[in-house]
Design a protein around this ligand. Structure first.
Ligand SMILES: Cc1cc2nc3c(=O)[nH]c(=O)nc-3n(C[C@H](O)[C@H](O)[C@H](O)COP(=O)(O)O)c2cc1C
Length: 484
């Protein structure tokens, strides 16, 4: 970590001001943390273009102790978070994202975080017997949840046992009591790998949980940044400026100097408790509650009038399904091009499949077999393989993000016995709601590749589409703006 220049503190409030200017913030007064705030957020995010919500005057809490939700749920807000030109459409945003993830990753090592001594995060400190996680209005998001979750749109900062690698991952955090929280890290996630090393060595695992900062933070800690790379560096590459961090007073773990709330402590060996249940990104609760590491919180730092960043999973569209759809679509597009598939027009990882289970690519068909090639690579490439179920290929006249058009192509351009390839024993997950019916103990599942392109060998004779031409549509739209 460098300590030469002053970096970006990941201040959520600066971003909220920007969203206000964009006219995309709704302030809500008086909603209860107990189910009401969660249900309002859930209904809001199902609108076509949901505003971000900022809840205040939460019963039982001082005015100013706030919760934000739906931060990433519009193209304009997501482009502002990613520091891209403001785009108001999915197409515009994915287009301006093309090639960016690869570029950010390539530049990440130029932007190590910069350590500063002070920051707004140290405005208030709880320690010893004063530690009380209930001082903040953690929501009970849904009726069937196993507890109140303070951490959804959060960043969990941890460090490798035998190297300097700091990882920042978004893992949910449930409140057990005033100084204990549960941390759910799926096996294989980088935080879980680091945790396992400490447990094997019989050592307490240091943890700092950042509950709220600029949403760029949890957006990036919630995607698969390569093993061994620190997410702060990746964020720095997006900002073109290092992240400014302060060190936790107990663990020395780096947290953004402008963060809203930070919980710091240790997960001790053999301290696991039942955690959850909590909904998953695909819209279901997992079968059974399971145990998860417990973090004993010994320090809490928070700004005056702190804001919890909330982003609960639920049946899609949910709080973060839009941002996942955009990010994964960009990554899939890059992967298809890197694999040598020519003339890829656009990709969309649909929210209904949690941006994993129903993905569509449009291509300009160039040769026999082109469509199958695109479909199989979409289904099996590194970013796409985990829990992919349906991978659909459509022609260039179909907008892959428009379900109506995609399903029309499937309904009218396929011969099911020829155009659906089934891949057996593909990569599934114990997290898959269908895993209950998997036929083997290991998480294998089948996958379908649907070639919904006009058959290449009959492409010239294929019936014309009964619709006004693009040119006529544009001319008529321009002239008849007032009714269209
Ligand atoms: C809002 C949100 C909540 C998430 N919750 C969890 C979770 O509880 N457990 C988990 O293992 N992954 C969760 N994820 C996915 C991980 O953040 C994601 O896989 C990320 O790549 C993990 O970081 P890592 O690659 O450093 O392990 C969540 C993602 C988001 C955006």
């Amino acid at each position: 970590m460098s300590n030469k220049t002053v970096g970006n503190p990941l201040d959520l409030r600066a971003w909220i001001d920007e969203v206000k200017h964009m006219g995309e913030l709704t302030e809500v007064s008086g909603a209860d943390w107990n189910l009401e705030l969660g249900a309002i957020s859930e209904l809001n995010v199902k609108k076509d273009l949901p505003n971000a919500l900022l809840f205040d005057d939460i019963p039982g809490y001082p005015q100013g102790h706030r919760v934000m939700t739906c931060s990433t749920s519009s193209p304009s807000r997501l482009s502002s978070i990613l520091r891209l030109p403001i785009e108001s459409t999915n197409g515009g945003l994915t287009q301006s994202l093309r090639g960016k993830p690869k570029q950010w990753q390539g530049q990440a090592d130029q932007y190590p975080p910069v350590v500063v001594d002070q920051g707004p995060i140290f405005e208030n400190v709880q320690s010893g017997d004063d530690v009380d996680v209930f001082a903040f209005p953690s929501p009970l998001w849904h009726e069937l949840d196993g507890g109140r979750y303070i951490g959804t749109g959060c960043m969990v900062v941890t460090k490798d046992l035998d190297s300097e690698w700091v990882n920042v991952g978004t893992y949910r955090v449930m409140v057990h009591d005033r100084n204990h929280v549960g941390l759910d890290m799926v096996p294989g996630k980088h935080g879980a790998i680091q945790y396992d090393k400490y447990m094997k060595a019989g050592k307490p695992f240091p943890v700092a949980i950042v509950v709220g900062c600029d949403p760029l933070g949890y957006l990036i800690s919630g995607i698969e940044v390569p093993f061994g790379m620190c997410e702060y560096n990746y964020i720095g590459a997006i900002l073109k400026q290092p992240v400014s961090v302060v060190k936790g007073q107990l663990t020395g773990l780096p947290v953004p100097s402008g963060a809203e709330i930070v919980l710091e402590g240790w997960a001790h060996p053999n301290d696991e408790r039942i955690e959850g249940p909590f909904g998953e990104f695909h819209g279901y609760y997992p079968g059974k509650p399971a145990t998860a590491p417990v973090v004993t919180i010994e320090r809490v730092y928070y700004r005056n009038n702190p804001i919890i960043m909330g982003s609960p999973p639920a049946k899609p569209p949910n709080d973060y399904s839009y941002s996942k759809a955009v990010m994964r679509s960009a990554l899939l597009m890059d992967a298809l091009i890197a694999a040598g598939v020519p003339d890829v027009q656009a990709v969309w990882a649909h929210e209904i499949g949690g941006a994993r289970m129903f993905n569509v690519v449009s291509i300009q068909q160039r040769y026999a077999g082109h469509a199958r090639q695109a479909g199989h690579i979409l289904s099996q490439c590194g970013v796409g393989a985990y829990m992919s179920r349906y991978s659909v290929v459509v022609d260039e006249d179909i907008d892959p993000s428009n379900l109506q058009e995609v399903m029309w192509a499937i309904a009218t351009r396929t011969d099911p016995s020829l155009d659906i390839d089934i891949i057996q024993r593909g990569m599934g997950s114990k997290n898959d709601p269908m895993s209950i019916a998997y036929t083997s103990k290991a998480p294998f599942t089948s996958k379908a590749v649907i070639d919904a392109c006009r058959p290449y060998d009959f492409i010239k004779e294929f019936p014309a589409v009964a619709e006004a031409s693009k040119e006529l549509q544009e001319a008529v739209r321009a002239k008849w703006k007032h009714i269209l």
